[in-house]
Design a protein around this ligand. Structure first.
Ligand code: ADP
Ligand code: MG
Length: 542
């Protein structure tokens, strides 16, 4: 400490050769331009009439999608600001399961307006402050205009999922998947501290190619993608007592003296016999605590398999760690790492453990678990693409349903809620003055981009239809929105275009935070790109 106090800090910034530096307004302009370019690129996918994008990666693999989250993940962007927006989309998808396109569009729109405000010589700090206040108002407004739903109102939950899935693709199975997703979420929902909570991780999604998407179903229990290890073991055990073992049912080489030399057939025999004895002891232990089923995370030696079979125990090996944890939660069992420590209390319980043929493979079903809150969605479909897409779609459906179950609020879609937000934020702006007022008004304008783009993407006349929307909302029609199918302004509640309030709030949060972060940057210091090295790597040279 003392030493540094004597030598005053010299503010020297030494930049490497080739480093470029962009400062002030120029830096802001560049960053805003990049963000807007991204928003422009994805805006045509918004809504049920949005277009699809075809992405071809460097390996020639093709993805066709209109899902914002998938798009943002798949496009390989270079610029750090673009990368940031990709992160925004990912966060939105993780948090809310929907609303990624809207979040990126809103961020782009907020930045476009900020660019104009900067041109008017309004300081970025004032813009950031104004946007922040406006975002708070917007969130209040969503609360104000949202409608309460009972957490177990399955039809409403299903409808929210149908609307959310409706914009991904002309998804044939959406009604059915929405139904399964709603059922699954309701099965795992539980009350904690007076609130309904849903842990999506309690719902296991297991994919298996074969049959059709319409054979996807909900299993009340855990499905393990593994078969019973030995063909002569029982394939069906009722009232199963389940041992969950983390350790291998094998003799690990290290357990023996490493200097062991086998020179004669007798020694070999003795060695084998010893090994056999150890394995038998393991199985005897399992038998003695009364287990009738074994799920082992590691391997099971042939000899151990034989003893288990002799004992009439159903055993499954190489079960994934995550599946072991699900089994523990579902059956009330405890995962044991050392077989010697296994006791009766460690055993889990299920009414039925059974191996069943699913498609080409055999899977093990654990049903009627002690904890009824464990379910598996077994996804079927003709091809890998179909099951993969179904899995993605299901994940989003589960998320949006969880949102509504947990927060109990929905809003009208089709741009209706955005029109109300804009009205409230505008009203708020009128209580302010000067530059702050201008900034908050621009935020309100940005929100209206959502209905406007919905209209645009359906080929509607934006000027006339936006004017009609404004008029009807000013006349108190809170749920008037744009119907892309008829091309008219209609009551979204009547059309059952309902969405999760939480998704909408998250859109406002993600977008304004992203805009804020970008606006706070006024200096870009970029190192020289390692072009030569990259080239070399790609062509396999050094
Ligand atoms: P995001 O990634 O933002 O969810 P989407 O492409 O899913 O983007 O589009 C969502 C928007 O489309 C929302 O504003 C929603 O209200 C609107 N929307 C979805 N389905 C309908 C519908 N049937 N009628 C009118 N608007 C709809
Ligand atoms: Mg969506």
């Amino acid at each position: 400490m003392a030493a540094t106090e004597k030598t005053p800090a010299i503010p020297v910034l030494i930049l490497k050769e080739g480093t470029t530096r962009t400062r002030g307004r120029e830096a802001q302009r560049t960053n805003i331009m990049v963000a807007r370019a991204i928003a422009e690129a994805i805006k045509t996918t918004l809504g049920p009439k949005g277009m699809q994008k075809m992405l071809v990666d460097s390996f020639g693999d093709v993805v066709i999608t209109s899902d914002g989250a998938t798009l943002m993940k798949e496009i390989e962007v270079e610029h750090p600001i673009a990368k940031m927006l990709v992160e925004v989309a990912k966060a939105q998808d993780m948090e809310a399961g929907d609303g990624t396109t809207s979040a990126v569009i809103l961020a782009g729109e907020l930045l476009k307006n900020a660019d104009e405000l900067l041109d008017m010589n309004i300081h970025p700090t004032i813009i950031v402050e104004g946007y922040r206040k406006a975002a708070e108002k917007a969130i209040e407004s969503i609360d104000k205009h949202s409608k309460e739903v009972k957490w177990n109102d399955k039809d409403t939950l299903k409808q929210v999922a149908v609307i959310s899935m409706g914009t991904k693709s002309a998804y044939i199975a959406k009604e059915m998947l929405a139904d399964i997703a709603a059922e699954a979420v309701l099965s795992v929902a539980e009350e904690r501290d007076g609130k309904i909570r849903v842990d999506i991780d309690d719902i296991k999604v297991e994919k298996k190619e074969g049959k059709s998407i319409f054979d996807t179903r909900l299993v009340r229990g855990v499905v393990i993608d593994k078969e019973v290890v030995h063909p002569e073991m029982p394939k069906r055990i009722k009232n199963a007592k389940i041992a969950l073992i983390e350790a291998p049912l094998e003799i690990e080489k290290l357990e023996f003296d490493s200097k062991l030399h086998i020179t004669t057939p007798e020694q070999m025999k003795e060695f084998k016999e010893q090994e056999r004895q150890l394995l038998k002891e393991m199985v005897d232990k399992i038998k003695s605590v009364g287990a009738s089923v074994v799920f082992c995370q590691k391997g099971i030696d042939d000899v151990a398999q034989y003893f288990l079979k002799e004992a009439g125990i159903l055993a499954v090996r190489r079960v994934k760690k995550s599946d072991m944890e699900k089994l523990a939660k579902a059956t009330g069992g405890r995962i044991v790492s050392n077989i010697k420590d296994l006791t009766e209390e460690d055993l889990g319980h299920a009414e039925l453990v059974e191996e069943r043929k699913v498609g080409e493979d055999k899977m093990t079903f654990v049903e009627g678990c002690r904890n009824p809150k464990s379910v598996t969605i077994l996804v079927r479909g003709g091809t890998k693409q179909i099951v993969d897409e179904a899995e993605r779609t299901l994940h989003d459906a589960l998320c949006v349903i969880r949102n509504v179950v947990e927060d109990g609020r929905i809003v009208a879609g089709g741009g209706a809620i955005e029109m109300e937000i804009a009205r409230d934020v505008e009203e708020f702006a009128n209580t302010l003055s000067g530059r702050e007022q201008i900034v908050v008004k621009r935020f309100a304008e940005a929100i209206k981009a959502i209905p406007k783009i919905l209209i645009e993407n359906a080929g509607g006349d934006t000027v006339t239809l936006m004017a009609e929307l404004v008029k009807r909302h000013s006349e108190g029609e809170e749920t008037a929105g744009f119907d892309p199918f008829s091309g008219e302004i209609r009551d979204m509640m009547e059309l059952k275009v309902i969405e999760s309030a939480r998704v909408k709030k998250q859109i406002v949060k993600s977008a304004s935070e992203a805009a804020e972060t970008i606006l706070r940057i006024d200096d870009i210091i970029a190192a020289e790109r390692l072009k030569t090295k990259e080239k070399g790597e790609k062509s396999g040279e050094t």
